[in-house]
Design a protein around this ligand. Structure first.
Ligand code: AMP
Length: 307
């Protein structure tokens, strides 16, 4: 089953303690799509400027990503500049230029309007809404957002939440959205805003899922070296949703497996700058790390609790 994603396609300037890249291909929709494409077909709904390099478009096309709804407009592509702290769970946004996204009116193709799986990647909630309204009867809608939108367009975001099945946010965004410092209370408060399920991404500490039935947590895959955490959240979402779309059934159990696949995909993207690691990743590497991950989290608890 294919996924439609709306989000940013960007040129990112990123500084970490391990180096710097200038105007590298990025954006929430790009990371999501490249991650999800390992599992299922994906189409991107977004806009780029006249400066968007044909070789960057080719990189996405070469992965088999459907770019029919990637519009090109006169002007500059979206740009983001971020700097990570020594503690890579923390970063500052130094510059954010919406450029051609200002005034963008997404228009889905007839087959995209009939999609079953929709991901509203991090972009203005009004654009997320414009895409959501065009999709006829999606089986699963997941969405992401960011501090910037929680602060600048809170009302638009709140209106959208009851129409989202799975919301993914990081811990800082969860606290900001809920106005609550304790993560469990924040999780409960966000569920009360409408999403059926909430995934709070906690960087190197992993992910906690909240639903009305309870909570579950998965650690991050431990890595010796992180080069650039940019896009980890979007790539996580790509792996998670890609697995669900491929599997076809959404149950508590498939959601847990999906969260593990999401975590596996996120663990790769941070190993290099930009999308570099995802571009040379193979399915065999994903499979090997998935097995290592399962081994890591399996406590063999049942062996000790029988009788
Ligand atoms: P992540 O590290 O998963 O939060 O995603 C980082 C990506 O999101 C970068 O490639 C940025 O281009 C993109 N990004 C950053 N800020 C925004 C924003 N306000 N709206 C849309 N995309 C953004």
């Amino acid at each position: 089953m294919s996924i439609v994603v709306v989000g940013s396609v960007a040129y990112d300037t990123v500084e970490t303690t391990r180096g710097k890249v200038t105007e590298a291909l990025g954006g929430s929709a790009s990371y999501f799509a490249v991650g999800a494409r390992f599992f299922t077909p994906v189409s991107i709904v977004a806009v780029v400027g006249s400066d968007f390099k044909p070789q960057d478009q080719q990189l996405l096309a070469d992965r088999g990503i459907d770019l029919r709804a990637l519009e090109r407009q006169e002007g500059k592509t979206f740009r983001w500049h971020g700097r990570y702290h020594e503690d890579m769970n923390k970063r500052d946004t130094l510059a954010l230029e919406m450029n051609v996204f200002d005034g963008f009116a997404p228009n889905l193709l007839p087959d995209q309007r009939r999609c079953d799986y929709l991901f509203l990647a991090n972009i203005a909630p009004v654009l997320q809404e414009k895409v959501l309204s065009q999709v006829m009867s999606p089986k699963l809608v997941a969405g992401d957002t960011m501090n910037h939108w929680i602060e600048a367009t809170r009302e638009d975001l709140i209106k959208l939440l009851p129409r989202v099945d799975i919301l993914t946010v990081n811990d800082e965004e969860a606290r900001l959205l809920a106005g609550e410092n304790n993560l469990v209370k924040a999780g409960r408060a966000i569920l009360a805003m409408g999403p059926r399920s909430l995934l709070i991404k906690r960087g190197e500490y992993g992910v906690i899922q909240f639903s009305k039935d309870g909570m579950f947590a998965v650690p991050a895959y431990p890595l010796e070296e992180v080069i650039d955490p940019t896009g980890a959240g979007d790539t996580f979402a790509g792996g998670m949703m890609g697995f669900l779309a491929r599997h076809g059934r959404i149950t508590e159990s498939s959601l847990r497996t999906a969260v593990v696949y999401g975590s596996v995909m996120a663990s790769f993207v941070v190993e290099r700058f930009s999308l570099e690691r995802l571009f040379d990743l193979t399915w065999e590497e994903i499979d090997t790390r998935y097995r290592a991950f399962i081994n890591l989290i399996d406590s063999h608890h049942s062996r000790w609790t029988t009788q």
